[in-house]
Design a protein around this ligand. Structure first.
Ligand code: PGA
Length: 260
């Protein structure tokens, strides 16, 4: 397993032509290396062109969401069975889906389990919002999301999961408003997530899932996040749409591994 994982979440951006262009540009800028696994998560409509145009030695693929069932009369939905063979990863429970698509912990647990059942690695997103943070509820909220999100998995399945800590108040702050999460705020939460997994699945389990940080990661702050104990990589939104910025983030992750 690569020592760091860098995931690009393109969100609702780029048509297939633009997606192909971005992959070509990334291919020119990003150097392949075994120390860092890079996963691109385009919108569904772009998955096929990106799969076709990417260099698979450099870029793995992920989806941004899945349905929890395999097939059926669910207009507009995409199931994990349909993604098998096309993607390796799937983002589940992103705060934007929790908020805008009203996904709750129970549904997210079913999606996580559906991903695992189909051999896809779930990237379970958890994170406190500003209100929860200001009212001292952040630790409980995050522990509850981790507990619920993993609740349908066995202990053996935990090691192939990824948990992304994304404080909602720190997402999309790249426009200069500046509520970046400070590394000293992230570190205790990462420890807390691992302790929660340890309590649920027993001794040693806390070290098993890969834990990412996400929220306004950019080339300037990336190294500080990578230095946080227990952080195995990053989930990058806005900066992943800019090939120069994303390539710089991947390069920083490679440098972090090699400087150890
Ligand atoms: P951001 O998004 O890097 O634009 O803050 C991260 C995410 O929401 O996954």
């Amino acid at each position: 397993m690569a020592e760091k994982l860098v995931v690009a979440n393109w969100k609702m951006n780029l048509n297939p032509h633009q997606a192909s262009l971005l992959v070509h540009r990334l291919d020119q800028k990003v150097t392949a290396g075994r120390s860092v696994e890079v996963v691109l998560c385009p919108p569904f409509v772009d998955l096929y062109p990106v799969a076709r145009d990417r260099n698979p030695k450099k870029f793995k693929l992920g989806a941004q969401n899945i349905h929890h069932l395999d097939e059926g009369p669910f207009t507009g939905e995409v199931s994990p069975a349909m993604l098998q063979g096309l993607v390796d990863f799937v983002i589940v429970g992103h705060s934007e889906r929790r908020r805008h698509a009203h996904e709750d912990d129970k549904l997210i647990a079913r999606k996580v389990a559906a991903a695992v059942r189909h051999g896809l690695v779930p990237i379970l997103c958890v994170g406190d919002n500003l209100f929860e943070r200001e009212h001292g509820a952040a630790r409980k909220v995050v522990a509850d999301q981790v507990t619920a999100g993993l609740s349908l998995l066995t202990a053996a399945e935990i090691k192939d999961t990824v948990i992304a800590y994304e404080p909602v108040w720190a997402i999309s702050q790249g426009d200069g408003r500046g509520s970046y999460a400070k590394p000293h705020e992230v570190e205790p939460m990462v420890t807390h997530i691992r302790q929660t997994v340890e309590e649920l699945y027993g001794e040693g389990a806390g070290g098993e899932p890969r834990v990412l940080y996400g929220g306004s990661v950019n080339p300037d702050n990336v190294t500080a996040y990578l230095e946080i104990a227990g952080v195995d990589g990053l989930l990058v939104g806005g900066a992943s749409l800019n090939y120069e910025q994303f390539a710089a983030i991947v390069a920083a992750a490679q440098a972090a591994v090699h400087s150890k």
